[in-house]
Write a protein that binds this ligand. Structure first.
Ligand SMILES: Nc1nc2c(ncn2[C@@H]2O[C@H](COP(=O)(O)OP(=O)(O)O)[C@@H](O)[C@H]2O)c(=O)[nH]1
Ligand SMILES: [Mg+2]
Length: 433
């Protein structure tokens, strides 16, 4: 994921034509935020790559050395341990591999923090369902919190495919969520099923691979974190989106996404159509239906049936990013604050923030991003917590965890925590208008 994110940022900084005088400022700001730039040779990502498997880190190194890419992870910031893997076990990752690796990780982070003028925030990319991203990831985030008490911690959490992966993925996700929620400032949640569907449906990737999904995710993240015209800054993003400490999960909806073949023939969509499309992504799950319809994977339409407009989920807050030469007009944007339900306790003026950037993102004529704090995120999470609870009721696989210091009590607490988070979100509808 990290590899895809930094490659996307570098591509965005180098590929687009510079149409505006301010473009140089954008490019410079982005390079300085994400990379330690060098006059000669590839820039160094302000990042630490951590895995418990040598082979993973070595393969990233190999790709980087051979591809002549414009950036690299610097050598000492590629950290792995010998002995390999975390056995898809949060407890092993957290209690064995985390303590083994964290000093080296922290040392790199300290050095990078000193090198950058103002280290504003940490963006932690992790998967919740294996043992390394979840266990070592949780341990490292905990140590970052201890050491950088006042810095913003934003986690990008990838939820697993809902079926067909490892038996312990739901336990690991519950333990990760419970551990990370309070100590972090914001969670940007992705789910592999919906990334996969989006790659297959919109990008026409018949044999969708993790690499395709990572590029999609990277594009989404870049559309949030690349510079905007008025300084937004991570602190603003976090304090707007997580305005209430009980609600810290957001999803990132974006458009347009088209396959490379279709790109050439794609008609240019107007802002009102793109905005409608974002609004549609807030559509409620019909009662009785187990799964949310993934509106994001449909093509933007200029007209929406009335029922769609009426059936939107309430949001805590929303943040809109638009990128393209001409900004959308204020009235069109304001529909997202006046015609979308919000929690009543969020004042009108604190509901929606909009940022625009005239520079194109990755050469898209227009690109729109809605970062939304709403309860649609509960659908995959409820399913995960339910499945984990069913497994726990039979004490299945528990001995793998108790062996490494996670006892039944800790599981019970983690379930309570996860349920409490989800309950807050579930109650939102009653509080909205
Ligand atoms: N989107 C995405 N998901 C990934 C990637 N790598 C792993 N995953 C997901 O995360 C889960 C756990 O990853 P894995 O490498 O087995 O675990 P870990 O290394 O112990 O954290 C997998 O089952 C996938 O669902 C990736 O590069 N992209
Ligand atoms: Mg792995």
């Amino acid at each position: 994921m990290g590899q895809a994110l930094f490659s996307t940022l570098a591509r965005d900084n180098t590929s687009s034509r510079r149409l505006h005088p301010e473009d140089s400022q954008y490019v410079e700001e982005s390079w300085n935020t994400w990379f330690r730039t060098r006059k000669k040779g590839p820039h160094f990502a302000r990042a630490v790559l951590v895995d418990t498997e040598d082979k993973v880190v070595n393969s990233v190194s190999q790709v980087q050395e051979s591809s002549g890419s414009s950036w690299r992870y610097c050598r000492e910031c590629r950290i792995s341990s010998v002995g390999g893997g975390s056995g898809n076990n949060w407890a092993y990752g957290f209690h064995v591999k985390g303590p083994e690796l964290h000093e080296r990780v922290l040392e790199c982070v300290r050095r990078q923090a000193e090198e950058s003028d103002v280290p504003l925030a940490f963006l932690n990319l992790l998967s919740s369902s294996g043992g390394t991203g979840s266990g070592v990831g949780s341990y490292v985030v905990q140590e970052l919190r201890h050491e950088f008490v006042f810095k913003k911690l934003v986690n990008v959490v990838v939820l697993p495919y809902s079926a067909g992966e490892v038996a312990t993925q739901n336990y690991n996700t519950v333990l990760t969520l419970a551990k990370l929620y309070d100590m972090s400032d914001l969670h940007v949640v992705f789910q592999n099923d919906s990334l996969h569907r989006m790659c297959a449906a919109l990008l026409g990737e018949k044999n969708t691979q993790l690499a395709d999904m990572n590029h999609l995710m990277a594009c989404k993240l870049a559309s949030v974190f690349q510079p905007v015209q008025v300084y937004s800054g991570v602190s603003n993003i976090v304090s707007h989106l997580a305005a209430h400490p009980a609600f810290k999960m957001v999803t990132v909806k974006t458009a347009p996404h088209v396959s490379r073949v279709a790109e050439k023939f794609e008609s240019i969509l107007s802002w009102p159509v793109l905005l409608k499309h974002m609004k549609r992504s807030l559509r409620k799950v019909p009662s009785g239906s187990a799964e949310a319809v993934d509106w994001e994977i449909k093509q933007p339409l200029s007209k929406l049936p009335r029922s769609v407009v009426a059936q939107l989920v309430p949001s805590v807050t929303n943040m809109l990013f638009t990128r393209g030469c001409v900004p959308p007009d204020v009235e069109t944007v304001s529909e997202l604050s006046t015609r979308v339900p919000y929690c009543r306790w969020i004042p009108q003026e604190a509901r929606l923030l909009h940022f625009h950037q005239p520079r194109r993102l990755l050469s898209h004529d227009k690109f729109i991003t809605l970062v939304s704090n709403n309860n649609l995120v509960c659908h995959p999470l409820n399913a995960i917590v339910d499945k984990a609870w069913n497994t726990f009721a039979y004490k299945a696989y528990l001995h793998h965890y108790t062996k490494y210091g996670v006892q039944e009590d800790e599981f019970n607490e983690a379930f309570l925590k996860a349920e409490r988070i989800l309950q807050y979100y579930a109650r939102m509808a009653k509080d909205s208008g």
